[in-house]
Design a binder for this molecule. Sequence first.
Ligand code: GDP
Length: 331
Amino acid sequence: MPKRNTFTPAQYVEGILRGDRIMLARAMTLVESARPEHRKAAAEIIDRCLPHAGRSLRIGITGTPGAGKSTFIEAFGLELIAQGHRPAVLAIDPSSRISGGSILGDKTRMQQLAADTRAFIRPTPAGRALGGVAPNTRELIFLCEAAGYDRILVETVGVGQSETAVHSMTDFFLLLLIPGAGDELQGIKRGIVEMADLIAINKADEERIKAAQRAQKEYQRALHLFPPKESQWTARVITISALYRKGIEEVRQITEAWQKQMQNSGFLAQNRQRQAIHWLHERIDLALRERFYQHPHMKAELQKTEQKVAQGKWSSLKGAEYLLQILFEKT
Ligand code: GDP
């Protein structure tokens, strides 16, 4: 096989459309690369894949560490395969930049699913490129779809910003919780509960069955307090056991019911259009920030301006306007 950098974007895309997993993985690496020389090729690959993308159900999955996300995704992925689907698993990992670790770094995760050629699991690269919450993940979804994967599972740890990002690139949002883990909302913010289309109380097995049922009722009550969703979908709360593979089929059925309803109502398409516009703005923000900080004179000017602002000679407003003028002067 020739070296990876000898492939043209057209060759990558041809491989992806053929369902070649190695080419898919390599193209993903290019898309995730922060190196300027990779960007052009990556953009071309994405553009060429786009007409072949979109034919999947994109499912966001969140939950605190230990809630059972990997165990669930493996069980769910196998259930999808049994139904003739082809799942792809991606992850947004906010911790990787801090720890250099990765939620998918553990080789023992999802072994059975990983061994199945009908599934594709993308490990998160350690030390992700700068740029906020992985806008690239959305492009990875397109690549997976072009490669024929029809269920895209995007996983995130339930801590902070990344849920909102996942929510804005997926169709269906699943929140995994565990019963009796301290406070009612387990540090999961209300806003995340509000985003969920389905709450699955996991580990409803062994001695936790009763506690899981109690949690189910509590969350059901909590959901009633939220205003109706724009999609008109009524969020549900169920109990499952990822370990014993109970309730996994029900999750699949609920996602299918959702898909059918949202296709019929037009919400699915409408929501994706809105998401595309949202990410256009995210991209603009990112590009502007990048150009700003990479501008040849900016470093020195920024330092000077910081001093002026710190000393109270300039207001921060004036400082920002001054610097932006430098940015736009020559463009
Ligand atoms: P993640 O951090 O959210 O990905 O959670 P994991 O899937 O790694 O699961 C954390 C721990 O909970 C592991 O020891 C799992 O075996 C266990 N676990 C996951 N799902 C269940 C379940 O349904 N029942 C029980 N009893 N344990 C589970």
